[in-house]
Design a binder for this molecule. Structure first.
Ligand code: C5P
Length: 314
């Protein structure tokens, strides 16, 4: 990469195979125990060296581009700025182009993927010399899910989601992803789970959330059927409470024999585990025909975290 004028980085969406949420902490976050899983639905970010004095900028392409801010609040811009500050680069001039496929505010860590992609891209462009652990530290400052977007694969997350251990997992899993035509705010969904718990409408959380031994066993064995039976998300009731239309897709998934189905993260995207690729096609057709989803994609996991896929030289 030594003489590259630009680089392209591909970063995956994530789902949570299990997401257990503890009570709110004093810093406003919730302690979680989760199993992250990176799936083949990607944002591609190209970063090229800008003209001197140009600063950091981004343009966004793709069907949901209009829903992505391009100012300083954009997570990729924040990531580039944080990296530049941390390595003492006073005149950071970079032009970023983002091809966005991961749903915006969909519970699949789309913004986190962009932050991770920008970190990897600008790190390569600026030859910062930071190691993986230092990049991970910057990622955790940017958001709870950004470290996993860097790591990829299948990993156990704790803390607010930023502390990661790669999971022993075997096999490839076939997923069907049901996209909504709107987003859900992550803080709103976390607040809703607190409200439902305070009102006694859902079970009380464990003080220290934990993931199930059966789920880890299913992953070690590469057993899709057992995995499907263990999928679980403490935010699902809250996402469905804010958006009751989500129940319909869950029903369709059950009827078509999905091995498991649930809201992804804080929603409203939903994911269904299929037996194999032909079962995934059946599920996708049924979900599309039902009208329960705005768009349906077939995918697989696990896949790698944010990675350089191209170096551009003039
Ligand atoms: O870390 P991130 O910026 O992605 O978090 C967005 C919001 O989601 C937080 O401000 C918080 O309201 C909520 N959150 C939480 N507990 C977590 C992760 C996120 O309450 N473990």
């Amino acid at each position: 990469m030594g003489t590259a004028d630009g680089v392209t980085v591909r970063a995956p969406a994530k789902i949570n195979l299990e997401l257990r949420v503890g009570p709110p902490r004093s810093d406003g976050y919730h302690e979680v125990a989760t199993v992250f899983h990176a799936v083949a639905l990607f944002d591609d970010l190209t970063a090229v060296q800008g003209e001197p004095g140009e600063g950091i900028s981004i343009v966004v392409h793709g069907p949901q581009a209009a829903n992505v801010p391009v100012d300083e609040s954009n997570l990729a811009v924040r990531a580039a700025r944080l990296l530049a500050d941390r390595v003492g680069l006073v005149d950071a001039d970079v032009r970023m182009q983002l091809h966005k496929q991961i749903p915006v505010a969909g519970g699949m860590a789309g913004g986190s993927a962009d932050a991770a992609a920008a970190l990897v891209a600008c790190d390569a462009l600026w030859h910062t010399g930071l190691d993986r652990e230092q990049l991970h530290g910057l990622a955790a400052e940017l958001g709870s899910d950004v470290p996993f977007s860097l790591l990829g694969g299948t990993a156990i997350g704790s803390g607010r989601g930023e502390r990661l251990i790669p999971a022993l997992a075997r096999g490839e899993y076939h997923w069907v992803i049901a996209l909504a035509d709107h987003g859900l705010s992550t803080p709103a969904v976390y607040s809703e789970v607190d409200r439902l718990r305070d009102a006694g409408l859902v079970p009380q959380p464990l003080a220290e959330p934990e993931i199930s031994g059966q789920l880890m066993q299913a992953l070690r064995a590469g057993d899709a059927e057992a995995l499907g039976a263990c999928l679980g998300n403490d935010l699902q009731a809250a996402a469905c409470s804010l958006d009751p239309s989500l129940e319909k897709a869950l029903d369709v998934g059950r009827k078509v024999g999905a091995l498991g189905g649930m809201v992804s993260g804080s929603g409203p995207t939903m994911v269904f585990l299929a037996r194999d690729s032909s079962h995934a096609l059946d599920l996708a057709v049924a979900l599309t025909a039902s009208g329960a989803a705005a768009d349906v994609r077939r995918s697989h996991g696990p896949v790698a975290g944010a990675r350089l896929v191209e170096a551009i030289r003039s």
